[in-house]
Design a protein around this ligand. Structure first.
Ligand SMILES: NC(=O)c1ccc[n+]([C@@H]2O[C@H](COP(=O)([O-])OP(=O)(O)OC[C@H]3O[C@@H](n4cnc5c(N)ncnc54)[C@H](O)[C@@H]3O)[C@@H](O)[C@H]2O)c1
Length: 412
């Protein structure tokens, strides 16, 4: 039986622990957790029968105990990843599942890669999309020769109006100084996919984009700093916080219902409490009068060593939160959208490689579960289920692309 510890038992950390329990109960056991919120230590400590002296409320105490498990999950907020990954490697953890982004500072990401190499440790970064069979189908199509020689990879990240306003205008990733540019926070997965499909390292990155809409210029007369403090436009505004988080049943908003703690700071708030919290809380802010500064749309063009060109479009504007991919080759193209993948070989045949199915509805099109499978098999057998694991060296490449995109964008 292999053991695992988890630092940051929030949405992601608890999900990974649950997936380990569901799929790998006989091989992997959680033995230690660390989180700054005592209620989480209690809840997950009890759930996973973790000894009281193995529940840590301080990261220093946790790391000072050395490697207390065979593997470590680091699922703390973005700003802590570098510090925690560095400490974990220094104290001797050899197998680490690390949430993205590693750091907004590319030198820090490279430092983790260097340290992992020096310590002989394996750091898997959670670029979960790569692990899903959905994206593996695309990779296989690109590698199979069915497209001829790959010429270009196009990726569209439709963040969607709702998700963007929630996470990148009001939420944790709204401000670059406190988090990171949206091209890293949201799109390091997309850049990783483009790099993976291109099958080569980037040589040139060009980008433009800005914060076009969610700023003071677009506030209507009569708007107030918080939607529920007498805003004259509240009922007509598609970003009304009250509708977003309390009254509206927007399908795309459903995932928020599973995250009440993020929005309201507690798991089961009453309607009255919700209203009180939104009246002055971060998620109750007017989307045009906040201190958000991350881009709401950005284009990135990449040239790879092998001549393949890549293009990423990130946009806040759109009804749905969904990704689209198109890989174009000399003999054919493959298009992935809304859970369906279609291969067309020019003038020869059209084939549906995959239809939208139940797996498409799971977290990151089942990428979360498969990432956990790879982590578990690395722990138990030293090998991974997935052939294309995103070790830290791959992450250096995608993070460097985001870094270079920002340099290019800001220079314009
Ligand atoms: N791979 C993906 O596709 C994906 C998707 C969503 C989020 N994420 C990333 O996963 C990470 C976690 O996101 P989340 O939604 O689970 O957040 P969360 O806030 O739900 O969880 C983070 C947890 O870390 C704890 N924490 C904070 N500081 C700590 C510290 N110093 N020591 C110990 N614990 C600490 C918090 O109390 C919280 O329980 C973020 O970096 C986020 O960007 C990745």
């Amino acid at each position: 039986m292999k053991t695992v510890a988890c630092i940051g038992v929030g949405n992601r950390g608890s999900k990974y622990l649950l997936e380990l329990k569901i799929f790998h109960k006989k091989e992997v056991k959680p033995v230690a957790i660390c989180d700054i919120i005592p209620a989480k230590l209690d809840r997950f400590g009890k759930k996973y029968k973790i000894a009281k002296d193995m529940r840590f409320s301080s990261d220093e105490d946790f790391f000072n105990r050395g490697p207390i498990a065979d593997g470590l999950i680091i699922s703390t907020p973005d700003r802590e990843h570098f510090k925690h990954a560095k400490r974990a490697l220094e104290v001797g953890y050899k197998i680490i599942l690390l949430e993205k982004p590693v750091s907004k500072d590319i030198e820090e990401t490279k430092e983790i890669a260097r340290l992992a190499e020096e310590k002989g440790a394996k750091v898997i970064v959670c670029h979960v999309l790569r692990y899903s069979n959905y994206y593996l189908t695309l990779k296989n199509a690109a590698e199979s020769g069915a497209l001829g020689r790959v010429i270009s990879v196009e990726q569209r990240e439709n963040v969607g109006y709702f998700h963007f306003a929630h996470s990148y205008v009001r939420g944790e990733w709204h401000n670059e100084a406190d988090s990171s540019p949206s091209i890293l926070a949201k799109c390091c997965h997309d850049l990783d996919l483009i790099y993976w499909f291109a099958g080569s390292k980037p040589v040139s990155v060009d980008s433009y984009g800005d914060l076009f809409f969610f700023n003071r210029n677009n506030a209507t007369a009569g708007a107030t700093e918080y939607c529920m403090q007498g805003c004259k436009c509240q009922r007509k505004c598609p970003y009304d916080a009250e509708a977003f988080y309390i009254t509206d049943n927007v399908f795309e908003a459903k995932f928020i219902k599973y995250m009440p703690t993020t929005v309201f700071g507690k798991p089961n708030p009453t309607k009255k409490e919700k209203r009180e919290i939104l009246r002055t809380g971060a998620y109750g802010k007017c989307v045009f009068l906040n201190d958000n500064d991350v881009c709401d749309h950005q284009e990135v063009n990449i040239l790879f060593e092998n001549g393949v060109s890549g293009r990423l479009t990130m946009t806040a504007f759109g009804e749905r939160c969904e990704r689209e991919t198109r890989i174009v080759g000399t003999k054919g193209e493959v298009v992935a959208r809304n859970g369906k993948i279609v291969l067309e070989q020019y003038g020869i045949k059209r084939k549906v490689l995959r239809n939208r199915d139940i797996w498409s509805m799971l977290g990151h099109i089942e990428g979360d579960i498969r990432t956990v499978h790879s982590f578990a098999s690395l722990l138990t057998t030293g090998k991974t289920e997935h052939k294309y694991v995103t070790y830290i060296n791959d992450t250096v490449v995608s993070h460097q692309m985001a870094h270079d995109a920002e340099i290019s964008r800001k220079a314009k």
